[in-house]
Ligand binder design. Structure first.
Ligand code: KIV
Length: 263
């Protein structure tokens, strides 16, 4: 029998070594990353990675649910968290609750992630009161980015640092079990991790965070252009191109299908 959902999150929160977190958008990728991960995120980054959008804003609740369902099927050990997409939680806490319940019920995931701090602390409290585990997301919040040039490192000014520290405190006090810290200066990420009583998961933050997360397609080398914080661990594009080139050649030379591939 698998580990119960509550226990999975308790184990995550008590882990002493750095936590390994990655995104997945379907069962196939989830099955590959799950054995190595503590947490798998069904990120709304899927709007950009899978659907070719220029930002994350057009991921709908139903799209997140469909991908969430698929990822849950592929994860045996990791916590599965589904992003609440833009427009599904910011207006009213009770709207957020209704949508979060729908995500949990229809996908079978372990919790949801919401972007924001002070502004959504009442919403986080309400979800926690209703036994819905919440992961926060502070620093650079992609759902608030209106123009590609606004993907900028946060926390360079004292004013911004104070706002982000307040966001951390709000998320923590509201009861989130963990928080993603995205694209802030290393110094601020270190400070946030020192201050935080909940697990900090960095992306473009610091190696001192309690864990790290990346978009899996980024680390595999699906894209030619990436943010500075991405380290490419593979050239999957090159690998795929070589395979497709061989397929093309076999088709043209009538080498495929061979005797082995026909009935
Ligand atoms: O949407 C996403 O994939 C994310 C991660 C990059 C943290 O929020």
């Amino acid at each position: 029998m698998g580990i119960k959902k509550d226990n999975k999150i308790k184990i995550f929160c008590k882990q002493k070594r750095p936590l390994v977190c990655l995104t997945a958008y379907n069962k196939h990728m989830a099955t590959i990353v799950d054995p190595f991960c503590d947490l798998v995120l069904v990120g709304d980054s899927l709007a950009m990675v899978l659907y070719g959008e220029t930002n994350t804003n057009n991921a709908s609740l139903q799209t997140m649910i469909e991908h969430g369902k698929s990822v849950v099927k592929g994860c045996a050990k990791s916590i599965v968290i589904v992003d609440m997409p833009k427009g599904t939680y910011e207006s009213l806490p009770k709207v957020a609750l209704k949508n979060a319940k729908k995500i949990l019920k229809e996908t079978g995931c372990d919790g949801v992630k919401l972007e924001g701090g002070v502004k959504i602390s009442d919403t986080i409290k309400l979800l926690i009161k209703n036994k819905i585990p919440v992961m926060g997301h502070i620093g650079l919040m992609p759902q608030q980015v209106k123009h590609p040039k606004d993907y900028k490192v946060k926390g360079r000014s004292l004013e911004e640092q104070e706002l982000i520290i307040n966001d951390l405190k709000a998320v923590e006090k509201a009861g989130a079990f963990s928080v993603v810290i995205e694209a802030v200066t290393e110094k601020l990420a270190n400070k946030l991790t020192k201050l935080s009583k909940i697990k900090t998961i960095g992306i473009g933050a610091s190696k001192k965070c309690d864990g790290q997360i990346l978009v899996t397609e980024d680390l595999l080398g699906f894209f030619n252009k990436n943010a500075k914080f991405v380290k490419k661990y593979a050239d999957i594009n090159g690998f795929i191109s070589k395979a497709i080139k061989r397929f093309k050649s076999d088709v043209i030379k009538r080498k495929f299908p061979s005797k082995k591939n026909v009935y």
